[in-house]
Design a protein around this ligand. Structure first.
Ligand code: S3P
Length: 447
């Protein structure tokens, strides 16, 4: 299945209890970074648990185009033979990052301080997303960028020949922007500093330290200040990619709204920069518990147990939590539809520049399914109907956005009538086993 080809509608029909174990795929953010940092190391990085979704496969293809050797082995593991910091070759063709904002923005950063040019493109969703947020700070290193109006792809970057280190305060809470600047800083002499006013996911910082870079993080008055010393020799790593909390969100939320359900979602990373949804669900009254809490690779990990929760209440989600659950608002808005009262989501402007305008896409689909949604530029509210009262019975647009498609499939499991998305193929960008995994739990999905 492909997110770039012929649309294939997918329908979710109300189902009985969801039960069993949901072994969700590897973390998308960590998978991209494993391949990119592996490509910047000297020697062979081994990776197990890699997410083999289209987004990550596009990043693997891109790293090959820049000269790294990326191989999938018979046992399912992957290896990356890196070219070293500053060792990128100029790609012969156009770099197509498909649907992936993370892929293109991190790769732009990585090549920006090498004396090579590269042209980037993507699908219709990616080509509509703003790239100025990355090319603006990269210009400070000496990188040139020419794209379409509004700093959109296709876009060509000419890397800085004599890069200078940069100090940059990110104007939006974005791990992609922060990561692009840090990755560019790898091949600049001296210290590159990124300051973020709100903490975003910190996988780049943790992994750069793991690969042997000199990097420090301090809480300064102006925000979270990250200092990286350029031109290190990165040492190859053995990486076990943890399972993706953003993918875990779908079986967890499905179990919470579907009567009689009891689902275990093992081995989920609970890095505080990613786990905001689970706290929010607990505050809404969801029966969601952490079992077997432990630490793996320096990160908190637990098995999540989610059970049907008939008495959910709408809440005001604290804006300060937004960055730690930014990808989870679509499925949260589905859970909110089954709660009593209003769920208020503020400070979420970034949702408008994801794979789709996620406030707009969810509002349209939720309304078509009988739910009241109000929205402004950086906020939206969902007025819940309570368990058993969500009509459903709609066909909604997934607008090339995997998380919109999956959120509506979850909704169809517990609404009164089925829900159809006009195209289920984008799901394969991050969760290629979604249909089979949810089906094995008891969901009724059909294409
Ligand atoms: C990601 C950062 C987030 C998130 C995306 C993955 C990353 O995007 O939405 O799915 O891996 O760095 P922003 O940086 O735009 O917030």
């Amino acid at each position: 299945m492909s997110g770039h080809g012929t649309p294939i509608p997918m329908t979710s029909t109300p189902c009985g209890p969801l039960t069993g174990e949901a072994n969700v795929p590897g973390d998308k953010s960590i998978s991209h970074r494993s391949i990119i940092l592996g490509a910047m190391a000297v020697g062979e990085t081994r990776i197990t648990g890699l997410l083999e979704g289209e987004d990550v496969l596009d990043t693997a293809k891109a790293m090959r185009a820049f000269g790294a050797t990326v191989t999938k082995h018979d046992d399912g593991s992957w290896s990356v033979q890196g070219v070293g910091v500053g060792g990128f070759a100029e790609p012969e063709g156009v770099i197509d990052c498909g649907n992936s904002g993370t892929g293109v923005r991190l790769i732009m950063g990585t090549m920006a301080t090498s004396p090579i040019a590269a042209t980037f493109t993507g699908d219709a969703s990616l080509n509509a997303r703003p790239m100025g947020r990355v090319t603006d700070p990269l210009a400070l290193f000496g990188t040139q960028a020419v794209g379409r109006a509004g700093d959109r792809l296709p876009m060509t970057l000419v890397g800085a020949v004599d890069p200078v280190p940069v100090t940059y305060t990110t104007p939006v809470p974005s791990a992609q922007v922060k990561s692009a600047v840090l990755l560019a800083g790898l091949n600049a002499p001296g210290q590159t500093v990124v300051i973020e006013k709100e903490a975003t996911r910190d996988h780049t910082e943790r992994m750069l330290a793991g690969f042997g870079a000199e990097i420090s993080v301090e809480e300064a008055p102006e925000g979270r200040k990250i200092t990286l010393t350029g031109q290190p020799e990165l040492r190859p790593q053995v990486i076990v990619v943890p399972r993706d909390p953003s993918s875990a969100a779908f079986p967890v939320c499905a179990a919470i709204i579907t009567p009689g359900s009891d689902v275990l979602v093992p081995n989920i990373g609970l890095n505080p920069t990613r786990a905001g949804l689970f706290t929010t669900l607990q505050e809404m009254g969801a029966d969601l518990t952490y079992e077997n809490m432990r630490e793996e690779g320096g990160e908190p990990v637990a098995d999540l147990r989610a059970k049907f929760s008939p008495n959910l209440k709408g809440i005001a989600v604290p804006p300060a939590r937004a960055a730690s659950m930014i990808d989870e608002y679509p499925v949260l808005s589905v859970v909110a539809s089954f709660a009593e009262g209003v769920t208020d989501m503020q400070g979420v402007k970034e949702l408008r520049v994801k794979e789709s305008d996620r406030i707009d896409a969810m509002a349209k689909g939720l309304r078509a399914a009988g739910v009241t949604v109000d929205e402004g530029d950086d906020w939206w509210t969902v007025t819940g109907l309570g368990h058993g009262n969500v009509p459903g019975g709609a066909t909604v647009a997934s607008v090339l956005d995997h998380r919109i498609a999956m959120a509506f499939m979850v909704m169809g499991m517990a609404s009164q009538k089925p829900i159809t998305v006009d195209d289920g193929t984008p799901i394969s960008t991050s969760f290629p086993i979604f249909e089979g995994l949810m089906g094995a739990l008891g969901a009724k999905l059909s294409t």
